[in-house]
Write a protein that binds this ligand. Structure first.
Ligand code: NAD
Length: 281
């Protein structure tokens, strides 16, 4: 039976560490600050933004939320970002996605100053990640790496398979594993034989958004399995992209859903914000 990679517990540890780092910075006269921009009234986004704001408050990070109407123009969003780029109280800027259709997401993200892009989504930050330069690690894959690290799992020389190639999870995850010297395969919706690829993995990361897609027969004995997926079933249950029961009987480590990768994402946002403040001073 697999060991549980307890994201809830590890995220709480990270938050405690961040809290101490914030206290140290405050003692030097610097209060880390995060600005979150929310355009429109998507209910899920509102919950995410509220949670981020609350998490900041808990660790002593100054946070301000800019709630803009769905009718806000792209120019107005760009103006606000420009203002925040120049605001010395703000070290990190986060634009909650998705944005309304009339706003060019790429243009908006790209306008965030590189040293304040704590979500790590801008093309320049991603470029730096790919070439191994100083950058902010996107929060969800960063959280996965910290889970591996805290469980004492070194990706070096291991075969890692990442299922999913999104810009926010799959691709940066693959790059981070590569940077830690894993041999990395990226699978996606057009992969010819997903099961065969997954069975090669010493470290398997599922970031797909398909409930329980990865089953026990697709996993090598002793593999480390990280489940990024969050899927709500019609009966209300929350499940990952991994079929927990069958996979946990073969894996050596596995993340649960909920309580695995999920809690790590906000913890890493806090960590990136403190890092941004540290770099600014
Ligand atoms: P996405 O829809 O942008 O990307 C999904 C990827 O999966 C695509 O690259 C696609 O090619 C691949 N895919 C689709 N069907 C496939 C199949 N049958 N076989 C193999 N690959 C397939 O999704 P995303 O934003 O990367 O998110 C993935 C999942 O992770 C979702 O469930 C999302 O809710 C969850 N998520 C969780 C967190 C967190 O904090 N835990 C953060 C971000 C995303």
């Amino acid at each position: 039976m697999a060991n549980i990679l307890d994201g809830k517990k590890i995220a709480a540890e990270v938050r405690e560490e961040v809290k101490r780092e914030v206290e140290e910075l405050k003692a030097r006269g610097i209060t880390p600050g995060l600005a979150v921009i929310l355009v429109g009234d998507d209910p899920a986004s509102q919950v995410y933004v509220r949670n981020k704001h609350r998490a900041c408050e808990e660790v002593g990070i100054y946070s301000e939320v800019h709630r803009l109407a769905a009718s806000t123009t792209q120019e107005e969003v760009l103006q606000l970002i420009d203002q925040l780029n120049h605001d010395p109280r703000i070290h990190g800027i986060l634009v909650q996605l998705p944005l309304p259709d009339h706003i060019d997401e790429k243009k908006v993200i790209d306008s965030i100053a590189l040293d304040k892009d704590v979500d790590g989504f801008s093309p320049s930050n991603v470029g730096n990640l790919v070439i191994g330069d100083k950058c902010f690690y996107p929060c969800t894959p960063h959280g996965c790496m910290v889970l591996l690290e805290r469980a004492g799992i070194d990706p070096k020389g291991k075969k890692a398979v990442v299922v999913g190639r999104s810009n926010i999870v799959g691709k940066p995850m693959a790059m981070m594993l590569l940077a830690r010297h894993a041999t990395v395969t990226i699978c996606h919706s057009r992969t010819a034989d997903l099961a065969a690829e997954c069975r090669q993995a010493d470290i398997l990361v599922a970031a797909v958004g398909k409930p329980e897609l990865i089953t026990g027969d697709m996993v090598k004995e002793g593999a480390v399995v990280i489940d990024v997926g969050i899927n709500r079933l019609p009966d209300g249950r929350l499940v990952g992209d991994v079929h927990f029961e069958s996979v946990s009987s073969k894996a050596s480590w596995i993340t649960p859903v909920p309580g695995g990768v999920g809690p790590m994402t906000i913890a890493m946002l806090l960590k990136n914000t403190v890092e941004a403040a540290r770099r600014a001073c």
